[in-house]
Design a protein around this ligand. Structure first.
Ligand SMILES: [Zn+2]
Length: 280
């Protein structure tokens, strides 16, 4: 069995509303949504799926969904692109959810200069609130960073040193230099479909994926976004079991077996996300 832990899937979003039960069935039975020679042939066993919230309502939905399957785990936060719409009441809900025993992480939060939906000062303010929640609840943080490394890294460095922050950089998109800095800060780096893409503009990301120590490596889908190669453009949306394609790509880049990556990333996910979860 190839064990796969998808550390980032938005199963609460609309693209899953129509056939959620079919997606759950595939998760439980280890069935891929398509048949292709390019997909791994070994049987897959999903060992976990982290459901990150993107706003107060979404975070609440993730907590509810997490009750449906033992392999589901919820995280709560307001996504940097949603911060602009967040009310005081929303923050109150996020704070309450953060302290629940069945919420394993604070995420997704971070900084996004690509979409720029929320002014950067407001994004930074929200990130600092999430960092405080992570520290107060002693839970890991899950960070989204798009084109904002120069803003993000000094904030993380300070929070790690002064407050003991730990966590995950989700859908890592940076250069090897930024990967090295995140590793030095103690973060886990999670790779998504982008690392499977063959376009030369991803070459530095492939290099980043090679330098992460095996005990800090994670895989994710960022479902419903970013379907992995060669399914990109062929599937209408991504789903958690396809994290196996990311694991397969990491194995190829690092010259090891799929089983080695799958076992290590599952173990790492349990380490960072489920260490305090007594039900495991
Ligand atoms: Zn996300």
């Amino acid at each position: 069995m190839i064990p796969i832990f998808d550390t980032h899937a938005h199963l609460d979003l609309e693209p899953f509303s129509e056939d959620f039960d079919a997606v759950i069935h595939r998760l439980e039975s280890g069935t891929l949504p398509v048949v292709s020679d390019e997909l791994p042939s070994q049987p897959i066993q999903m060992t976990g799926v982290l459901l990150p919230g993107i706003d107060a309502q979404s975070s609440y939905r993730c907590v509810e969904l997490a009750q449906r399957l033992p392999i589901f785990h919820a995280a709560a936060a307001i996504h940097p692109n949603s911060v602009v719409n967040a009310t005081d009441h929303d923050w109150k809900i996020i704070t309450e959810l953060a302290f629940r025993d069945d919420v394993v992480a604070i995420g997704e939060t971070g900084l996004d200069r690509y979409w720029d939906d929320t002014p950067i000062e407001q994004q930074i303010n929200a990130l600092l609130k999430h960092i405080n929640l992570a520290v107060r609840t002693a839970k890991p943080i899950q960070i989204h960073c798009r084109d904002a490394w120069d803003d993000l890294l000094p904030i993380l460095r300070h929070a790690v040193k002064e407050q003991g922050l730990t966590g995950i950089i989700h859908a890592f998109s940076g250069e090897p230099e930024q990967a090295a800095e995140c590793i030095e800060l103690g973060f886990y780096l999670s790779f998504a479909g982008s690392v499977t893409y063959r376009n030369a503009k991803f070459a530095s990301l492939w290099e980043s994926a090679k330098i992460v120590p095996i005990n800090r490596l994670l895989v994710e889908t960022d479902s419903p976004y970013m379907p992995p190669h060669p399914l990109r453009g062929k599937l209408k949306r991504n789903e958690p079991i396809l994290a196996v394609m990311v694991a397969q790509r990491l194995a190829e880049l690092r010259g090891v077996t799929l089983a080695q990556i799958a076992e290590a990333t599952t173990q790492n996910a349990f380490q960072i996300l489920c260490a305090n979860d007594i039900s495991q």
